[in-house]
Design a protein around this ligand. Structure first.
Ligand code: NAP
Length: 496
C-alpha cells in the first residue's frame, strides 16, 4: 500500500495535505514530530483512512527534540485515539510497550530503524534485531548513495518473506527512489509518499500523486517488467513521465524508474538481474558497451549505447540517439552528399557524426577543444577543423551537439554567427526546445530542427526495443510537453 506522510508544519497544512492526498493512499501517517503541537484528535478529524502515528526523534532523522517521556505519551494518546499502527523506533520499543501496558492500551506496532551513516547497514544483523522484538511490521530506512543499493532493500525483504514477517524497506535519497516505486514487486508491505502541498518526510520520497498516477506503484506485481534510466545525474530526466504513461496506454505491464548509478559494475551485478531493459545516459554511454554480449551495428560503429535490452544471450546494446537525430533531420532534408558540420565532440556528436557519415554526409567536427575534435574524427573517419574556421567550411547543415544554450544559460550560443551557406540548423538540446542558436537560424528563414524532435524519434525506437510497443513521435512529443508543463523549469521538481 501507499502510505502518505502528512508533515504539516501547521495543523491547517496537515488537514489540507490530508484532504488533497488521501485519494492517492491506502493509509496515512501523521508525523507528529513535524506538525506543530496540536491534539491528535483534531488532526485526525475527517481522516477516512487507517492512520499511523509517528513522532520521530532527532536521533533517527526526525524533528522531535523534546524529552522521551513526552514523546511516548503523545504516541500513547494517538493509540488511544484509534491509530491503526504506531511507528516506534527499535531503541524505544521496550519503554513504549511498558507504557501501553500501564495504560491498558493495545495497538499494532511498526518497529523501525533509520540509518543515515555513510556506509549502508548490515542487512542481516539489522533485520534480526528488528525481527527479535516481534512487532507487527519491521521497517528499515537507510540513506543510499548509489542505485545498486536497491539490492540491499531486496535482501531485507527476502529475509522477511522467509519468516512471513510484514516488512518495509526503503532506501532514502534520490539514489533510493526505485525502492519506493518497486516496493511491492520486491515484497514490501508498504511504501511512503510525500503529501500534496507539503514537504517529504524523508529524502527522496516521491509525491503520492506521482507514485499513484505515474508509477501505479500499488498495482505492480512480480510479473511487472522493470525498466529504468541509468546515468548520473538523472534527476532532471523527463523519461519517467514519458515511458510510464505510454506503457500504460498500450496496456503493457512495465514500470520505468530512475537509477542514479555511480558504480556500473555493482549495478550490473546486483540490480540488472531484476531489470528487463535500460536507457543509458551520461556518463555511462561508452562504458556500458563492455557489459553487452551483442550490439547493434550503429552502437558498434559509435562505440556507445543509450539502450540496453535483456536477451536470452545477455545484454544487447543499441544506440537510438544516432537514428533519432538523423530521422529528425532527414524528414526535412536528406544529408547524402551535403557538408554537415557538428559543433561538439561528446557523446551526442559521436552518435550523430557516425550515423550522418553512414547516410552519406560529408561530416566535419568542430569543437572547443581541438584535441577532442581530432580524436573523435580519427575514430569515426570523418573530418575535423578548429572552431574558428567554421565559416570557411561552407556547411549546409549546422548542428549544435554541446550543452551551450541549455537551461539556465539560455542566452548562450555555441557559435557567434551562422555561416551564410547553412540551410538547416539542428540543436540536440531539448531544454529549452527553441534555443538561441535555433532562433538565429529561424530569423534567417532556415529549416529548424529541435532537440525535442530528436528525443521523440529516439524514444520511439527505444520504446520499441525495450518493450515491443509501437508509439508515434507525436505521442512522445505530447508526453514530453505534458511533463515539461508539470515540472518547474530545469529543477526536476513537480509543481502541479
Ligand atoms: P558531452 O558528452 O558532455 O559533450 C559535450 C561537448 O560539448 C564536448 O565536446 C564539450 O567540449 C562541449 N562543450 C561543453 N561545454 C562547452 C562550452 N561551455 N563551450 C563550448 N563547448 C562546450 O555531452 P553530450 O552527451 O554530447 O550532450 C550534448 C548535448 O546534447 C546536451 O545538451 C544533451 O542534453 C544533448 N542531447 C540531446 C539528446 C536528444 O535526444 N535530444 C540526446 C543526447 C544528448 P570539450 O570537448 O571541449 O569539453
Amino acid at each position: 500500500m501507499i502510505i502518505v506522510a502528512i508533515t504539516g508544519p501547521t495543523p491547517e497544512d496537515a488537514r489540507r495535505q490530508l484532504r488533497l492526498s488521501s485519494r492517492y493512499a491506502q493509509m496515512v501517517e501523521f508525523r507528529l514530530d513535524r506538525i506543530a503541537d496540536s491534539p491528535v484528535g483534531d488532526l485526525i478529524r475527517g481522516c477516512r483512512k487507517p492512520w499511523i502515528a509517528t513522532c520521530r526523534p532527532v536521533r533517527e532523522g526526525g524533528t522531535y527534540a523534546g524529552d522521551e517521556r513526552g514523546r511516548l505519551d503523545r504516541l500513547c494518546d494517538a493509540a488511544k485515539a484509534g491509530a491503526a499502527f504506531v511507528d516506534i523506533e527499535l531503541d524505544a520499543i521496550r519503554d513504549f510497550r511498558a507504557l501501553l501496558t500501564s495504560h491498558h492500551v493495545r495497538t499494532r506496532l511498526i518497529v523501525s530503524r533509520h540509518c543515515f551513516d555513510q556506509q549502508p547497514p548490515d542487512i542481516p544483523r539489522t533485520y534480526r534485531a528488528l525481527r527479535a522484538v516481534r512487532a507487527d511490521v519491521v521497517k528499515l530506512s537507510f540513506m543510499a548513495d548509489d542505485a545498486w543499493q536497491l539490492s540491499l532493500v531486496r535482501m531485507f525483504l527476502q529475509l522477511a518473506r522467509k519468516d512471513k514477517q510484514h516488512a518495509i524497506a526503503l532506501a532514502m535519497g534520490t539514489a533510493g527512489e526505485a525502492s519506493r516505486v518497486l516496493y511491492k514487486m520486491l515484497g514490501g508491505w508498504a511504501t511512503y509518499a510525500a503529501p500534496e502541498e507539503g514537504e517529504p518526510s524523508a529524502p527522496g520520497q516521491v509525491p503520492a500523486r506521482i507514485l499513484h498516477t505515474i508509477y501505479h506503484a500499488h498495482e505492480r506485481t512480480r510479473r511487472t517488467k522493470v525498466f529504468g534510466l541509468v546515468g548520473n545525474p538523472v534527476g532532471q530526466s523527463k523519461g519517467v513521465y514519458i515511458h510510464n504513461p505510454l506503457y500504460r496506454s498500450a496496456g503493457f505491464d512495465g514500470v520505468y524508474v530512475r537509477f542514479p548509478v555511480v558504480d556500473t559494475a555493482r549495478f550490473m551485478k546486483d540490480v540488472s538481474p531484476m531489470v528487463s531493459g535500460c536507457s543509458v545516459t551520461l556518463p555511462h554511454k561508452q562504458e556500458m558497451v563492455r557489459y553487452c554480449a551483442s550490439c547493434s551495428p550503429e552502437a558498434a560503429a559509435i562505440g556507445a549505447v543509450n539502450t540496453l535490452v535483456h536477451r536470452r544471450t545477455g545484454w544487447h546494446g543499441a544506440n537510438t540517439d544516432a537514428k533519432g537525430a538523423l530521422v529528425a533531420i532527414e524528414r526535412r532534408m536528406k544529408v547524402a552528399g551535403k557538408k554537415l558540420v557538428i559543433v561538439g565532440a561528446g557523446g551526442a556528436a559521436r552518435a550523430i557524426a557516425a550515423e550522418a557519415k553512414h547516410r552519406g554526409a560529408s561530416v566535419v567536427i568542430v569543437n572547443r577543444s581541438d584535441t577532442h575534435a581530432r580524436t573523435l574524427a580519427g575514430e569515426l573517419g570523418v573530418g575535423w577543423a578548429p572552431l574558428l574556421e567554421l565559416h570557411d567550411l561552407n556547411p549546409e547543415i549546422l548542428i549544435n551537439a554541446t550543452p551551450v544554450g541549455m537551461w539556465p544559460d539560455i542566452q548562450n550560443t555555441p557559435v557567434d554567427a551562422i555561416p551564410p551557406t547553412v540551410r538547416l540548423v539542428f540543436d540536440a538540446i531539448y531544454n529549452p526546445s527553441m534555443t538561441r542558436f535555433l532562433t538565429m537560424g529561424r530569423d534567417r528563414g532556415l529549416v529548424v530542427i529541435t532537440g525535442v524532435e530528436m528525443y521523440a524519434q529516439q524514444a520511439v525506437e527505444q520504446i520499441r526495443l525495450l518493450t515491443g510497443i509501437r508509439v508515434s513521435a507525436a505521442q512522445v512529443r505530447r508526453r514530453f510537453e505534458i511533463a515539461s508543463a508539470a515540472l518547474a523549469p530545469g529543477t526536476g521538481k513537480v509543481r502541479t
